[in-house]
Design a binder for this molecule. Structure first.
Ligand SMILES: Nc1ncnc2c1ncn2[C@@H]1O[C@H](COP(=O)(O)OP(=O)(O)OP(=O)(O)O)[C@@H](O)[C@H]1O
Length: 257
């Protein structure tokens, strides 16, 4: 996927993003980080075709993404949103079946051959008849991921996928994404707020600030205390542990003791 000179301006001339250029390598994991209002969600919506660029082009397989029909695009790119709204209660299996729509018509009988292995893989098989309303936030997030995987996409876009998960589920969800990337060669683009998740689970990091890319590269090159001070105005230190390097946030002002 290639993004060239991509810009989006909201009505009332409010700048969303401005002339972004980057490439997503097939099979890679990319983290997009940046302060509030830096343009992450705007970029995500453009990649998901929920907004139309005011300038610039996104290419997929060397073709502008506007050339794909909705179904053809859904077979290539699946999206997991941060807030997922359900208007009616529905069972896990019925919800995940919607992921198959790019392959069938709405009226076709459900064909669960492709769905069963996904439910197994995400350990959702025992929950498949459960109603969504009765699941925990972490379980629900896995169901939304299953729905996206049922599209059998090549690219998976995730908007802050771990925001509402507790620390245990955050860790296991990120491990799961890494496993999907490794074993299914899914190309993953995710907006993250957690700098250590970005550091440990991506090969490429894009830092946005004020609608522009201010740094792009490997996590080690890009997520540094100096850069974090500049972009987020925070005080951090890189510490080395037996498990690797971690960013630790320190108080902006030294504490009394
Ligand atoms: N619907 C909208 N109408 C007008 N301006 C908007 C709209 N949505 C976002 N913006 C503006 O576009 C800019 C980028 O916002 P965006 O939501 O993409 O940032 P973000 O990095 O996702 O922020 P956050 O971390 O808070 O979710 C901001 O200045 C924001 O005020």
């Amino acid at each position: 996927m290639q993004v060239k000179q991509l810009s989006y301006t909201y009505p009332q001339q409010k700048r969303g993003i401005d002339r972004l250029d980057f490439t997503i390598e097939p099979g890679s994991m990319t983290a997009v980080i940046g302060p509030n209002g830096s343009g992450k969600s705007t970029l995500f919506k453009l990649l998901a075709r929920e907004l139309k660029p005011t300038a610039g082009t996104i290419y997929l397989d060397q073709q502008p993404i506007t050339m794909f029909s909705a179904k053809a695009y859904a077979r290539k790119v699946a999206v997991v949103h941060q807030h997922n709204l359900l208007y009616d209660d529905i069972s896990v299996l019925d919800l995940v079946r919607f992921g198959q729509l790019p392959y069938h018509s709405l009226l076709a009988e459900p064909d669960d051959v492709a769905i069963k292995p996904i439910l197994d893989y995400l350990e959702l098989t025992p929950l498949q008849q459960q109603s969504m309303a009765k699941l925990s936030g972490g379980q629900q997030q896995r169901v939304w991921l299953a729905l996206a995987l049922a599209q059998q996409p090549e690219y998976l876009l995730l908007d802050e996928p771990t925001t509402y998960l507790d620390l245990h589920f955050q860790a296991s969800f990120m491990e799961l994404l890494a496993k999907l990337n490794r074993e299914m060669h899914l190309t993953i683009v995710m907006i993250l707020h957690d700098l250590n998740q970005a550091r440990h689970f991506s090969q490429q990091v894009l830092i946005l600030a004020d609608g522009a890319i201010v740094a792009a590269g490997t996590p080690q090159a890009v997520i540094t205390p100096a850069r974090l001070r500049e972009v987020f105005q925070i005080n951090t230190e890189l510490i080395t542990t037996t498990q690797g390097e971690f960013i630790v946030q320190l108080p902006n002002q030294p504490t009394a003791n």
